[in-house]
Design a protein around this ligand. Structure first.
Ligand code: BTX
Length: 325
């Protein structure tokens, strides 16, 4: 961590109380001028800092950003989010996380940014990632599981994000199998699971999580305005994105550990309680076929079971789901 990062953390933790420049200089073994330069830089990044004579620096306001010190302030995890790679803008966080994972980045590290210019959905679709309005992050997870079980981790992630949104914004999202989170039937979160694995072992799962947080309807491109929503659009209140990130990581760590230790069953119950797919008539659209029927449930492997009108039960591993009633 850099000195600037440590200073930011101190200012945030002081909650409006002054911090002496001399104290900072002593603690970091720097001159007061060097500290002052860091303070100027923070001001340029949008921090409102007053200099009070004989007392020191007072943090008046901090920018609505996702930089590491802001997430850190809310973090209650052991591993998740303990390494934060923060970027203003990037095409997509996924390949950056892949590269870091390949270079040995530890379990729970994240890549997060304010804006993606080429955000990815599943099957090479685009994910709109407006500047400063959402959470666009990739989490590197290293569970000891065979690659066949990786899709279950997507379901685990869906539960974690749903719980976090409920805690922070007091609104209940529903999970549409496998991993869309909907509020009032509109998509507020998408999850993209990518793997680094050989035949019998997962090296890393790169979990891409996109949450629409503070957008207005006009922030979305026209073609998705009828299907997308944000938390603020539903609750009418802006959400502190850094706090929500920390909460997502909190649940993600707990549920991933629970899953690795006890398997999918305990999480299946949770997943089902948030699902809006089960019991409904659905259309499962896959690359080479479409199946229509009633969604009966998910198996202990996380496979969706659909009963078609001829009474046959089909296991669906991956598809886009349209809910029909
Ligand atoms: P998906 O394929 O299920 O959803 C993509 C579809 O959702 C698009 O075709 C479009 O119709 C719609 N859509 C696009 N952008 C949005 C949006 N912001 N809100 C609601 N609907 C939208 C879902 O894929 C997986 C998304 C993962 C995004 C994360 S963000 C961090 C990481 N980096 C990255 O590039 N992707 C992941």
């Amino acid at each position: 961590p850099t000195v600037k990062y440590e200073i930011t953390k101190r200012l945030l933790a002081a909650e409006g109380q002054p911090i002496s420049g001399q104290q900072l200089a002593d603690d970091f073994g720097l001159s007061r001028t060097a500290i002052w330069k860091h303070i100027k830089e923070l001001e340029e990044e949008g921090f409102g800092i007053d200099t009070v004579k004989k007392k020191g620096y007072v943090l008046r306001s901090s920018p609505d950003s996702l930089q590491a010190a802001k997430i850190d302030q809310h973090l209650t995890t052991k591993r998740f989010g303990r390494n934060i790679h923060y970027l203003q803008t990037c095409p997509t966080t996924q390949p950056i996380a892949h590269q870091l994972a390949q270079a040995g980045e530890p379990d729970g590290s994240i890549v997060i940014c304010e804006e993606q210019t080429a955000g990815k959905g599943r099957l090479a679709r685009a994910w709109t990632s407006t500047q400063g309005k959402g959470i666009w992050m990739s989490v590197i997870i290293r569970p000891e599981i065979p690659p066949t079980k990786a899709p279950q981790l997507t379901l685990v992630a869906a539960v974690a994000v749903t719980r976090a949104i409920e805690d922070i914004a007091d609104v209940r999202a529903e999970i549409k199998w496998p991993n869309d989170l909907l509020i009032n039937g509109k998509k507020c979160t998408g999850i993209l699971t990518e793997l680094q694995a050989d035949i019998d072992r997962v090296h890393a799962i790169i979990l891409g999580i996109g949450v629409n947080v503070n957008q207005q309807l006009s922030d979305f491109p026209e073609d998705i305005q009828s299907i997308a929503t944000s938390i603020q659009m539903v609750t009418g209140k802006p959400v502190d994105r850094a706090e929500l990130v920390a909460r997502i990581l909190y649940h993600l760590e707990i549920y991933t550990d629970l899953y690795v230790q006890h398997g999918f069953e305990p999480l299946k119950i949770l997943w089902e309680s948030y699902s809006c797919t089960l019991g409904k008539r659905i259309k499962a659209i896959m690359i080479h076929q479409t199946i229509e029927g009633v969604a009966l449930g998910i198996t202990n492997e996380g496979i969706l079971q659909v009963k078609t009108d001829d009474g046959e039960i089909h296991g669906i591993y991956s598809a886009d789901i349209e809910i029909q009633n």
